[in-house]
Write a protein that binds this ligand. Structure first.
Ligand SMILES: [Fe+2]
Ligand SMILES: [Fe+2]
Length: 276
């Protein structure tokens, strides 16, 4: 029976599989970085205190994208095109989860409700990121080539999740509790289906690259479906709860080096910057 560790070992041992894995990860991180950078630039005046934290969030995601690209370069590989069916962030956006990119590309200030929606979206997706990175750390955290990078990203994702809990709890107390719960529920239910579909698509690409048998592919596909069923039958509730995090003000510090996110009008990954 394949385990997470054996699957990751196979991916890391094959250039083409590693190239696809890192390219998908880098693309998702860069997309998250762009979204957060734009939100930070468009924060409404009464919520200005949040702008540096959102900018920091974006800078972290952007840094993660650079790290995955650096892992590729270290092996003498270039990023490859990400198949659309494996693009988690774009599929969420197409499903209307989070803030529409058309809003983020426009130069119009967001509303307080937009900020709440952004945080609710992030609370769900950051939990996914945090759990995925913890799984990657468990399976590959002791590898000399990627161990340090995945541990650093994992720590950042835990910070992002803590920040979302903290800010949503504050906004719930400020009168947004019902909207937050509604948005979290809708986001979680949409996310678990998109995560299943994206996982299935990634697995099928890896299966082709790594030459897996029909049995092995079927076992992995069944595993993905079982996770979805668990989440659909109640696991999703763990993605919508709010609790005071053990890490306070997790994004309160200065942004990581080489960050220019605070007010930048950068280009959306995969799109020219011409209109911005
Ligand atoms: Fe990230
Ligand atoms: Fe994150």
């Amino acid at each position: 029976m394949p385990t997470a560790r054996t699957i990751f070992t196979e991916i890391f041992a094959d250039d083409e599989a590693f190239q696809l894995f890192c390219s998908i990860a880098a693309r998702g991180e860069a997309q998250g970085g762009w979204e957060n950078g734009r939100i930070a630039a468009l924060v409404p005046r009464p919520q200005q205190d949040l702008a540096p934290k959102i900018a920091r969030h974006g800078a972290d995601e952007d840094k993660h994208g650079r790290i995955f690209n650096a892992l590729l370069r270290a092996r003498g590989l270039d990023p490859v095109l990400v198949p659309p069916e494996t693009d988690y962030t774009m599929r969420l956006e197409s499903a209307g989860i989070g803030l529409a990119h058309s809003r983020l590309r426009a130069d119009e200030e967001l509303t307080e409700q937009d900020i709440v929606a952004y945080l609710a979206h992030s609370r769900v997706t950051e939990q996914r990121a945090s759990e995925q990175m913890q799984a990657l750390c468990k399976s590959a955290g002791d590898r000399p080539d990627i161990g340090r990078a995945v541990r650093m990203i994992s720590n950042d994702e835990d910070n992002h999740l803590a920040y979302c809990h903290e800010e949503l709890l504050r906004l719930a107390t400020a009168g947004h509790a019902e909207f937050i719960q509604r948005t979290l529920r809708a986001t979680a239910l949409a996310e678990i289906a998109i995560y299943r579909d994206v996982s299935t698509a990634v697995m099928s690409h890896l299966s082709r690259i790594l030459g897996w048998s029909r049995t092995k592919s079927a076992l992995l596909a069944a595993g993905i479906q079982a996770v979805y069923l668990y989440e659909r039958l109640g696991g999703w509730r763990g993605m919508v709860s709010l609790r005071t995090p053990s890490r306070h003000n997790a994004l309160g510090g200065p942004p990581p080096p080489h960050s220019t996110f605070a007010k930048r009008l950068g280009s959306e990954p995969g799109r020219p910057a011409a209109n911005l």
